[in-house]
Design a protein around this ligand. Structure first.
Ligand code: F0G
Length: 451
């Protein structure tokens, strides 16, 4: 087959998840029914992308690991056969992806499972999983001729977008909820040169404002309703399965906010099955904070029929989202894979985060809902002790050091409704110790610590 024939065959298009109508490449919602769009590829069951078999694809992706080409060095573009086509010179990459899988032996023991792993997406260039999606969507924006990109964010999307825009010569506009994102995330978007606006509202309010702005101005929206972001985020699951020798784990547990990441991971697994890369789907479960639990309520109270939006509040600010855009996509993934949803309390999140930290790995609070949720799923018997489990850790521990410091100093829950329950956290707290600059004082401390 000629190269151009292969390209035509692998050409992707945008399709509505509701009514199935196709849409123009730079749209976000269906013009007929307003549902979200997703990128689809020609059927892969008979013939893989570019005519490549599953064996050939696995070999090609592995071989690219030793290449010096920037696109091959990216953990996203290494998998470009399953991505929408972007002309090479338009690709903006900061060598995203390529994130490690770690064993978590202590967390496994406390959760009551034999095999527990973390896919640590906080090890991306800007410290969160957002980079894997942003490289694709920002590259598309540049290819489509946009000069401006924008997002509403709880902090990680904005940090990522600002970085990719800067690398790609685009201007970027960030809308964030005033006072409700971590300082580290805010500082990133400033440093990478975005125009950063703190709106006196929450994340959901920022989304409402931005949706209007992008309709009136030639600005490309990089929120997670953007279907190209979902495609990039998909690659983390391809990479995970490659790291598992293409043998699926029994469970994948994902934090839920706007619900794009769970949607992306589910889409990836569906496609891997179509391509013959894997033979069965892991169960994908989504965990939310009790104070930001629209998906949990939607499933429990309406059987998934209608979204129950909530007024969100949680110290895991990354997932402080009450009206998640991608709830239908996530619901489909949970149903298709046989997964479930669960919610966890602020105290459970704090305890789980400290446990992941004590493994020498760490993560931001939103990521820790996965371990807290796993504990509940084991207690309920949904996850069996002999099943293998992967937690998707979405953000780096340094993304919210204020939370971590407050936790260890013992004042994370001071004057909050959770204060009286916070005593259970004391054994995990390691407050910094102030000492005189004396050798004896340090030795004495060491000796007492050894006892
Ligand atoms: N974990 C982290 C660290 C996040 O930043 C987010 C979302 C999520 C989990 C939830 O992922 O939205 O795909 O379900 N952060 C967005 C942001 C909303 O603006 O940075 P989701």
């Amino acid at each position: 087959m000629s190269e151009s024939a292969a390209q035509t065959e692998s050409a992707s298009e945008l399709r509505c998840i509701g009514c199935g109508q196709t849409a123009l490449p730079d749209r976000f919602r269906c013009e007929h029914c307003r549902d979200l769009l997703e990128i689809i590829y020609p059927p892969w069951e008979d013939r893989g992308p570019g005519g490549l078999s599953s064996v050939a694809l696995k070999r090609l992706w592995r071989d690219r690991r030793s290449s010096l080409d920037p696109a091959d060095q990216s953990g996203v573009w290494r998998f470009r056969e399953i991505l929408p086509e972007i002309a090479r010179p338009q690709i903006i990459t900061i060598r995203e992806g390529n994130t490690p899988v770690y064993e978590l032996p202590h967390c496994a023991k406390s959760a009551g499972v034999d095999q527990l792993y973390a896919k640590h997406q906080g090890m991306n260039p800007t410290g969160s999983f957002k980079d894997t999606g942003m490289t694709v969507a920002a590259s598309f924006a540049r290819q489509a001729g946009y000069k401006w990109v924008a997002c509403a964010s709880t902090g990680n999307t904005s940090a990522s977008m600002a970085a990719y825009a800067a690398r790609g010569g685009l201007h970027s506009l960030v809308l964030i909820p005033d006072g409700k994102i971590s300082w580290s995330k805010l500082s990133q978007s400033l440093d990478y040169g975005a125009i950063t606006c703190q709106l006196k509202t929450d994340f959901d309010g920022c989304v409402r404002v931005l949706n209007e702005v992008v309709q009136r101005m030639p600005v490309y929206l990089l929120n997670s309703v953007n279907p190209y972001r979902v495609e990039g985020q998909k690659t983390s699951a391809f990479e995970l399965l490659e790291q598992f020798g293409w043998e699926p784990p029994d469970h994948i547990i994902v934090p839920g906010g706007n619900l794009a990441n769970s949607s992306a991971i589910g889409k990836a697994l569906r496609e891997m099955k179509q391509l013959g890369l894997i033979s069965r789907l892991p169960k994908i479960s989504v965990i939310q904070a009790e104070g930001a639990n629209p998906l949990v309520r939607t499933i429990r109270e309406t059987g998934g029929e209608q979204l129950i939006a909530v007024h969100a509040d949680t110290m895991a600010t990354a997932i402080r989202i009450g009206n998640p855009a991608s709830w239908k996509k996530a619901l489909r993934v949970i149903r298709e894979s046989g997964g479930t949803v669960e919610q966890v309390s602020e105290i459970e999140i704090a305890a789980a985060k400290a446990e992941i930290g004590a493994e020498g790995i760490g993560c931001e609070p939103a990521s820790a809902v996965t371990l807290a949720g796993l504990k509940k799923l084991v207690t309920q018997g949904f996850v069996k002790p002999n099943e293998s489990v992967v937690l998707v850790l979405t953000g780096h521990v340094l993304k919210d050091s204020e939370y971590t410091l407050k936790f260890h100093r013992g004042d994370l829950f001071t004057d909050s409704q959770f204060q009286k329950d916070a005593d259970v956290l004391k054994p995990q707290q390691r407050a910094p110790i102030t000492l005189e600059p004396s050798v004896e004082a340090v030795i004495e401390l060491l000796q007492s610590a050894e006892k």
